[in-house]
Design a binder for this molecule. Structure first.
Ligand code: 13P
Length: 254
């Protein structure tokens, strides 16, 4: 890891009721309270945001949404606005997760629209990219990543690129127990940084945090986070239990 401040985020996906979310947030706050050199974020479901934000107020934990719409309000059933996230206590928002791309028709263009709205609202976006198993097997990973990064960030100025967190999540590694090797992950992280340099200049790219996501567990986190371009993780399954999430957070400490 470099001098970039690591960021570890728990993506709770569609798990936990409101009460369960609040309990988990309190537990996480208890076990990571001594960590002061890693940004720690939890991303509950929309219904859990308000109570989780209240539960972690005054701690070192920040809260993120799992998506946001580009319009500020209106007839968009099932969507959520930046103001709704902000007033529910969010500082972060996950965008372009592969599950949104795979199951809900998210595209680079819609990710770009959501990203512009998030930046405009002052939310810190966590922009996810990643190739599928068949794309990796057919040797098109670099092309897919390039298209996703450049598509999602199209037209975003370098000052705003500097505020983005990227997440590399190979689809074949999500929830499968298959983790990219640290070398496989580093290769793509370095490529993403190169794409960012092309968009916003090398010095901006050097400051952007790039998380790895995909079956990160306490026993593989240290090795992954030791790679030069891996600046923390976006954690699914292992973030649903406070002790395993805390162990991963601690693996990112310098
Ligand atoms: P898992 O850690 O469960 O593989 O999920 C990763 C992920 O998709 C985080 O956004």
């Amino acid at each position: 890891m470099s001098n970039r401040r690591p960021i570890v985020a728990g993506n709770w996906k569609m798990n936990k009721t409101v009460d369960e979310s609040e309990s988990l947030a309190r537990e996480v706050a208890g076990v990571v309270s001594g960590v002061d050199d890693v940004d720690v974020v939890v991303c509950p479901t929309f219904t859990g945001l308000d109570r989780v934000s209240a539960a972690v107020a005054g701690t070192n934990i920040e809260v993120g949404g799992q998506n946001v719409h580009w319009e500020s309000e209106g007839a968009y059933t099932g969507e959520i606005s930046t103001a709704m996230l902000l007033t529910a206590g969010c500082s972060h928002v996950i965008l372009g997760h592969s599950e949104r791309r795979q199951f809900f028709g998210e595209t680079d263009e819609t990710v770009n629209r959501r990203l512009r709205a998030a930046i405009e609202a002052g939310l810190t976006p966590i922009v996810c990219v990643g190739e599928s198993q068949s794309e990796r097997e057919s040797g098109t990973t670099a092309r897919v990543i390039s298209a996703q990064v450049n598509g999602a960030l199209e037209g975003i100025g370098s000052d705003d690129v500097a505020r983005i967190v990227m997440a590399y999540e190979p689809v074949w590694a999500i929830g499968t127990g298959l983790t990219a090797t640290p070398e496989q992950a580093e290769e793509v992280h370095a490529q993403i940084r190169g794409e960012l340099a092309g968009l916003a200049g090398q010095s901006t790219a050097d400051g952007v945090r790039i998380q790895y996501g995909g079956s990160v567990k306490p026993d593989n986190a240290v090795e992954l986070f030791s790679k030069p371009d891996i600046d923390g993780g976006l954690i699914g399954g292992a973030s649903l239990e406070a002790d395993s999430f805390a162990a991963i957070v601690k693996a990112a400490e310098s």
